[in-house]
Design a protein around this ligand. Sequence first.
Ligand SMILES: [Zn+2]
Length: 318
Amino acid sequence: MRKAVWVIVFLLCWWVVGPVPLEDPRASGAPDLSDRRGMIEKKLKLLDSQTLMSEIESSPTEKKDENEKKQRQRKTENDRQREPEQKKPSKAPVDRDEQKRPVLYYQGPSDQKRVALTFDDGPDWRYTARILDILKREKVRATFFLVGRMAEQRPDLVRRMVREGHVVANHTWNHPNLPRLRDEQVKQEIERTNRVIWEITGRSPVLFRAPYGSLSQRVERLIAEEGMTIVHWNVDTRDWDGRSSDQIIQTVRQQAGPGSVILQHTAGRNLDNTVAALPQIIADLKKQGYTMVTVPELLGIPAYEESEEPRTIGAARN
Ligand SMILES: [Zn+2]
């Protein structure tokens, strides 16, 4: 009887592991290891469902205990999914590594006179090029949180941003209110945007900003699973709602301080006042002794996935 068990165990091992290729998988013609891993996982799943081993080894009481344990685990997972959604995250950088959540930033360190200008929702046909012209003339670098479907339509401007030293980041594909979407849709919004930016620039962003700053615990967890870091702002110019350029200038004068992340827009219905205010905002900040840096510089974090080989800008598709 004991011998028979060992024979079954051996045969199972052979069936699961199978004849693993010994040659270098990178050699041409060799099967893809990820396919092989998928096959092994499928086999293991099958094994699990058949619970062959437990039938051989465990008594009926042990099996009952095991089932109860599994049910308890499933219940806890369901409870976790039903957690109430968080309204507004607290201020200041929140380190949530321990909870497997992304780091969420509202501003950078306040020990140096540095600020980051950020522009959302572009690129577009009316304002983005004008904003880039001003930044180039003033020798200031900024961070652009791009909407994926807009980037797809203006790849030339996305390439120009990177070429002129700006940082491009992810602001979803379609600018939705993320907590209203299903898990899979949230992930698609992020992945599709990263993919199009990678296709255009050869770089895959790791910085993310939620449309309307709208988040929930569930959405934060999904963003973390996508490997993104969330960057919001602590100075909101509200330039999109028809304010005068003077009001926009005053907001930055009154609210910006060391480490500030300043929110403006580069696409929208009417941003003439954003464009008109920008030279004065830059002049004010320079006069007060501020250096304008990109968000990753301000926070001391990477802007793009480091493992990827950057391609030459301009060599990508049109
Ligand atoms: Zn936006």
